[in-house]
Ligand binder design. Structure first.
Ligand SMILES: C[S@@+](CC[C@H](N)C(=O)[O-])C[C@H]1O[C@@H](n2cnc3c(N)ncnc32)[C@H](O)[C@@H]1O
Length: 388
């Protein structure tokens, strides 16, 4: 009876959700409206719906509940009523590594094709190891903290005292399990930022100099600007975004981080901004472009199910147009840092090919930062320099 209750709750959620909102926001509202669900019901319903979407479109023709049991088996190291009821013979293998569990599923269900987990695989950037990438969707990514230089030991000690398992990476990064309530544990926001590991690594491409003028032109709440500031606090900074709300969050984050001196503008980079920008010339521009976000779908697996492939071209055009509009404000010999959190070549290498062909830009370096092996996001970054 209890398993039927859990399955009914899962099916209700699946039926009410259409992919329009991020799943975590939808669940927040859904649970508020369904107060009869106790905390255990909510926990199981969340686990099931997230596991279910991690299967993408694999075995799409099979019964939904069987797919749920397979997904839940692949994603978790502890069993569930659904696995016990619908895959009883695999229950004893729940603690095996994902690769071994996949082999078990493949041998039982020959129609299981791992590439159906990510059904847009034809569009992937070439350097991605497809097997590893597809497999990564069955593991929840970690939460990463970028710690200011010299503060890593101190922050790690506080986490340790609170019983949080924390892994130090390099000198400035700490990984903890997703869902860790950092704001309740670490009071001193000045010393750290929540920022994905791969996003932190884009900083290697910035190379700012003291007193440089930089423009973070799609700044949102300022993640890349804060990274730039940590690399070189003497940079003069302009931040802009089309969404005023995001920039308000940025003010709050900058204040907490102690970043006081910066200029801020609400700008739509698809428009002519000459009135606002005619007297500006930058020593560096960070274009952290709007994109499909496909390198972050390990955190939002509902996208494996709901994303529509025609959107890739839409984002690619948007990226080309925004880049074209910002490059005129770059000084000769200075860098445009182009960043996406996409795994699609049309948003990455192909945008760079377009920019190099149509704009006075020369490619210095580009890299797909592969987070899928490190429980992190996958990002693309390129450093292009303006020519005459
Ligand atoms: C990938 S996010 C930026 C993330 C941010 N740099 C960070 O590190 O947290 C892309 C941003 O581009 C902004 N954007 C989208 N279209 C735009 C446009 N036409 N003009 C200016 N900004 C735009 C979005 O509002 C969004 O905040």
């Amino acid at each position: 009876m209890r398993v039927e209750h859990q399955i009914r709750a899962f099916e209700q959620i699946f039926k009410s959700y259409d992919g329009a909102l991020p799943l975590h926001r939808f669940l927040f509202v859904y649970f508020k409206q369904n107060k009869q669900m106790g905390s255990s019901d909510r926990r199981w319903a969340s686990r099931y719906i997230y596991s279910f979407f991690r299967l993408g479109k694999a075995l799409i023709k099979e019964d939904k509940v069987l797919r749920l049991a397979i997904a839940d088996f692949l994603c978790n190291h502890t069993t569930s009523l659904v696995i016990e009821a619908h895959l009883p013979e695999l229950n004893q293998h729940i603690a095996l590594p994902v690769s071994e569990k996949l082999a078990l599923i493949q041998s039982r269900y020959p129609a299981f094709d791992l590439s159906d987990v990510f059904s847009f695989h034809e569009s992937l950037s070439e350097s991605i190891d497809k097997q590893e990438f597809f497999q990564s969707f069955f593991t929840q990514p970690d939460l990463f903290i970028r710690v200011n230089t010299g503060q890593q030991e101190k922050v790690a000690e506080i986490l340790d005292k609170e019983g949080v398992v924390a892994e130090k990476i390099g000198d400035n990064t700490i990984a903890v399990a997703n869902g860790t309530k950092l704001d309740q544990i670490l009071a001193e926001q000045r010393n750290y930022q929540v920022q994905d590991l791969s996003s932190q690594q884009t900083g290697r491409f910035f190379q700012p100099q003291p007193w440089d003028k930089w423009w973070d032109c799609c700044a949102a709440s300022g993640g890349k600007s804060l990274l730039l500031h940590d690399l070189e606090p003497k940079v003069e900074l302009l931040v802009s975004d089309v969404r005023e709300n995001s920039l308000n969050n940025l003010d709050e984050r900058f204040r907490e981080a102690g970043l006081k001196k910066y200029q801020k503008k609400v700008l739509d980079l698809l428009q002519n901004n000459e009135q606002d920008l005619h007297h500006y010339e930058f020593d560096g521009i960070i274009l952290d472009a709007p994109c499909s976000g496909s390198g972050t779908w390990g955190r939002t697996p509902e996208m494996l199910y709901y994303f529509e492939s025609h959107k890739i071209s839409y984002f690619s055009k948007l990226q080309q147009n925004i880049a074209t509009n910002v490059v005129k404000y770059l000084k000769e010999g200075k860098p445009l840092i182009y960043i996406t959190c996409s795994v699609f070549k049309e948003e990455n290498e192909e945008v760079i090919a377009y920019l190099v062909e149509h704009l006075p830009l020369k490619l210095e370096q580009m890299e797909l930062i592969k987070g899928y092996n490190h429980k992190a996001d996958t990002m693309f970054v390129a450093r292009l320099v303006k020519t005459n």
